[in-house]
Design a protein around this ligand. Structure first.
Ligand code: GNR
Ligand code: NI
Length: 172
């Protein structure tokens, strides 16, 4: 398994719309294995392939608490078939916007349909952090980051903070 470099904003590659996978073969499973290792190493609770420069509809997720057994989830070609009407607020972060956070409203619960690691069609009802994470990852597949849900002013503040942090890293 390989740890892949995670692309951070601003980068045009993060705006690319991902394309569905046609066949779930060993090549796809190898990407998912590398994504999971990269996600755990980061550490993060989710990762989309586009964040490691592969614009395909592939997502890994694991929202299990640190002190519990890992429960990795692989979602291939996910589609949300149902959103709850109730919105929930959560302080969202992103590995492609390191150390930046903002409160964001999203539907609290979703139903998602996807192909699993073996190419089997699955349906999952998710709520709480799992629902949050899947919606965040599916945004990545559409070339969207969580800051794209914010006002121009709030997005500008975060992107400038990120730019400043990056420049200070170069200087140090
Ligand atoms: O690790 C992550 N944590 C997180 C917290 C709140 C809402 C979404 C996320 S996903 C993020 C990893 C990531 O950037 N995935 O794309
Ligand atoms: Ni993200």
């Amino acid at each position: 398994m390989a740890i892949l470099p995670i692309i951070t904003a601003p980068d045009r590659r993060l705006k690319v719309k991902s394309t569905p996978v046609e066949i779930v073969d060993d090549k796809v499973r190898k990407i998912l294995d590398d994504m999971l290792a990269t996600m755990y190493q980061a550490p993060g609770i989710g990762l989309s392939a586009v964040q490691v420069g592969i614009p395909k509809c592939l997502i890994t997720v694991d929202v299990s608490p640190d002190d519990e057994e890992n429960t990795p989830l692989y979602l291939i070609n996910p589609e949300i078939t149902e959103y709850s009407e109730e919105l929930e607020s959560y302080n969202e972060g992103c590995l492609s916007l390191p150390e930046q956070f903002a409160d964001l409203d999203r539907p609290g619960a979703i139903t998602v349909q996807y192909l699993d690691y073996f190419g089997e069609l699955r349906r999952l009802r998710a709520e709480g952090l799992l629902s949050r994470c899947i919606q965040h990852e599916m945004d990545h597949l559409k070339g969207r980051l969580f800051v794209d849900h914010l006002s121009t002013v709030k997005r500008g503040i975060i992107l400038r903070k990120l730019d400043k942090a990056k420049r200070q890293k170069v200087m140090a």
